[in-house]
Design a protein around this ligand. Structure first.
Ligand code: ZN
Length: 417
């Protein structure tokens, strides 16, 4: 993609959008609905050559997407996050020798799926998303070429494994749309900070790494006992895990939200009470740039392989994802403060703050860093060492997560309509 002044302009529009998002919570729901891209009829087309097939999908804005092929029978499956297909029908456009049928719809996790039943083994030869620097519109262009069936089968995904993990929505003509599978419980990724060579804060021979690990285990027990969430942990031992490794672990667990747990010491010694940190708006912009420039950015946006895209496209995709995530993370922080307040837990005088924490930089997963208390405060340290206090804290956080989950689901459903 060429970068022109127009493209820069578009990014600025994106940035100012999410600054507005963070400043005006009342408009969050409407604005995040706007993050859904529309498929534009003009510019969307299937094309057939003798041994080739092409598909151009014109969109009102760029979206993350992922491509898969399945054999028996040959199919091309494209998932988008997310598009509205209203008024678009690809069905009649290509000869049946190339495309027998198409179907599309919304998945239960907020992604949208387009399935092409291929008339022959057409393998993906190239894919790219181009962004018009002036309009901000995007075109996803796929090129496929006919190959031997064996070759197609070798490159196709393992469908049984895929269905086991993600369900079978739209994969076959007769397959029912998403609700057919039992709703999966949301997965909370608990991230006890520090560990191994990094002890975190230390006071009176007590290490933050140990305090937050034992608290994370306690919180996991509470959440599992209540049965509303599944729980995974970035570490379950006194071991070092890199910051990016923590995000990768969340991806691997298909986590729905990420909670980093800390109990740091501040040199001033004044901080006391629980604080929830979110990725700041400026930091999110920096993060998008930081992540986009990373070599191994495949894990930074769930399921989206950004390695084949330019830095600029990766950055725009992440900014778009952040528009959806920022209000959800803000809602998470609000629910945490509300849940802790209702349970009578002591909060910092500024209970929600923002910062540029690397561990919060997954722009498409609501993430928060919780300073349970500060080891530099004698009062907090006493609480952190008190099993009754930690149990109350774990129960209060579980209440808060359930509150958030209920609200977030309602907002997501509203969005899908
Ligand atoms: Zn810490």
């Amino acid at each position: 993609m060429r970068i022109g002044a127009g493209w820069q302009h578009m990014v600025c529009v994106v940035c100012s959008l999410f600054v507005v998002l963070l400043c005006a919570p009342a408009t969050l729901a409407q604005t995040s609905m706007g993050a859904q891209a529309r498929v534009l009829v003009a510019g969307t087309a299937l094309g057939a050559g003798r041994d080739t097939l092409s598909l151009d999908i014109a969109l009102s804005q760029p979206v993350p997407y992922r491509l898969r092929t399945f054999a028996a029978p040959p199919r091309l499956v494209i998932d988008f996050n997310t598009v509205d297909w209203a008024g678009v029908d690809l069905g009649a456009e290509a000869p049946r020798s190339h495309v027998r049928a198409t179907r599309q719809g919304q998945l239960s996790d907020g992604w949208s799926r387009l399935v092409l039943d291929l008339g022959a083994p057409f393998q993906l030869a190239s894919s790219e998303q181009r962004i018009d620097p002036d309009s901000g519109e995007a075109v996803i262009s796929l090129r496929l070429k006919r190959v031997a069936l064996e070759e197609f089968e070798r490159s196709a995904q393992d469908e049984r494994r895929f269905v086991r993990l993600s369900g079978a929505a739209f994969l076959h003509p007769e397959s029912a749309p998403a609700p057919a599978r039992a709703p999966r419980k949301p997965v909370v990724m608990l991230d006890p900070g520090h560990g191994g060579i990094d002890p975190g804060a230390e006071r009176d021979g007590i290490r933050e790494a140990d305090i937050v690990l034992s608290f994370a285990r306690q919180l996991r027990e509470v959440l599992l006992r209540r049965g509303h969430f599944d729980v995974a942990m970035t570490r379950d031992a006194d071991e070092f895990v890199s910051l990016d490794g923590r995000i990768r672990a969340a991806r691997a667990a298909q986590a729905d939200l990420f909670l980093s747990l800390h109990a740091d010491a501040l040199p001033e010694g004044l901080a006391t009470g629980t604080v929830i940190y979110l990725l700041g708006d400026e930091a999110s912009d920096e993060s998008a740039a930081y992540l986009a420039e990373r070599h191994d950015r495949a894990d930074m946006l769930a399921g989206v392989d950004l390695t084949g895209n330019t830095d600029e496209i990766a950055r725009v995709l992440m900014s778009v994802a952040w528009q959806d995530t920022a209000p959800r993370a803000r809602g998470l922080a609000d629910a945490l403060v509300e849940g802790l307040g209702d349970a009578g837990m002591r909060l910092h005088r500024r209970p929600i703050q923002s910062g540029a924490f690397t561990v919060l930089r997954a722009v498409d997963m609501p993430s928060a860093l919780i300073e349970l208390g500060f080891m530099s405060s004698p009062r907090d340290l006493q609480d952190l060492r008190d099993p009754d206090w930690t149990l109350s804290m774990a129960e209060a956080l579980a209440d808060a997560l359930e509150l958030w989950q209920e609200r977030d689901t309602a907002i997501q459903e509203l969005r899908r309509r």
